[in-house]
Write a protein that binds this ligand. Structure first.
Ligand SMILES: [Zn+2]
Length: 170
């Protein structure tokens, strides 16, 4: 799916953008010492702060695009309980891990273009090793939850695509 861009006149494709967070939102507010005590990989994160540990997993939050068979995926993080984290870690390379969970997680990424998305309730659905889990939001009236259930309009998708191409230019 491509749009003619209002800003530059070029055609931009939904599949040409990927909007993902490299770390949970909480990572950015850590002190240097807390960050040094924490662990961040492309798929998992453990934050040590205030004498407590918190675990996170990176996943894919997909939103269907209305009247198409396409979807747009945000790269997001969710926090996990210690128990969930342990279970997932033990089965990280196990083909049978698709049968784990789903696990409860708090969304830990502020998604642009939406009202505050931090700490929305989600379920983390695991996929085969090598694939990031699918993040399903609790069905609520929050616009992101509505979009995941009912799809995003192509008009709003276009605005997100244009922003991705032009709002973060150096
Ligand atoms: Zn453009």
């Amino acid at each position: 799916m491509k749009f003619r861009c209002e800003r530059c006149g070029q055609y931009h494709g939904v599949s040409e953008i990927s909007l993902g967070a490299d770390a949970p939102g909480q990572w950015s507010i850590l002190t240097d010492a807390e960050r040094a005590a924490s662990i961040l990989t492309p798929d998992q994160c453990m934050i040590e702060a205030d004498g407590k540990s918190a675990w996170f997993i990176r996943g894919c939050l997909s939103v269907p695009i209305q009247h198409t068979d396409e979807e747009f995926t945000w790269g997001v993080w969710c926090s996990l309980s210690a128990k969930s984290h342990d279970e997932i870690s033990q089965h990280w390379d196990d083909p049978e891990r698709i049968h784990l969970g789903p696990h409860f997680g708090w969304l830990s990424t502020a998604i642009p273009h939406y009202p505050d998305t931090m700490f929305m309730k989600t379920m983390v659905h695991h996929q085969a090793p090598g694939l990031r889990p699918l993040i399903i939001l609790e069905p609520t009236d929050h616009p992101l939850s509505v979009d995941q259930r009912e799809g995003i309009s192509s008009k709003r998708m276009k605005a997100i695509v244009e922003s991705a191409f032009h709002d973060f230019d150096e």
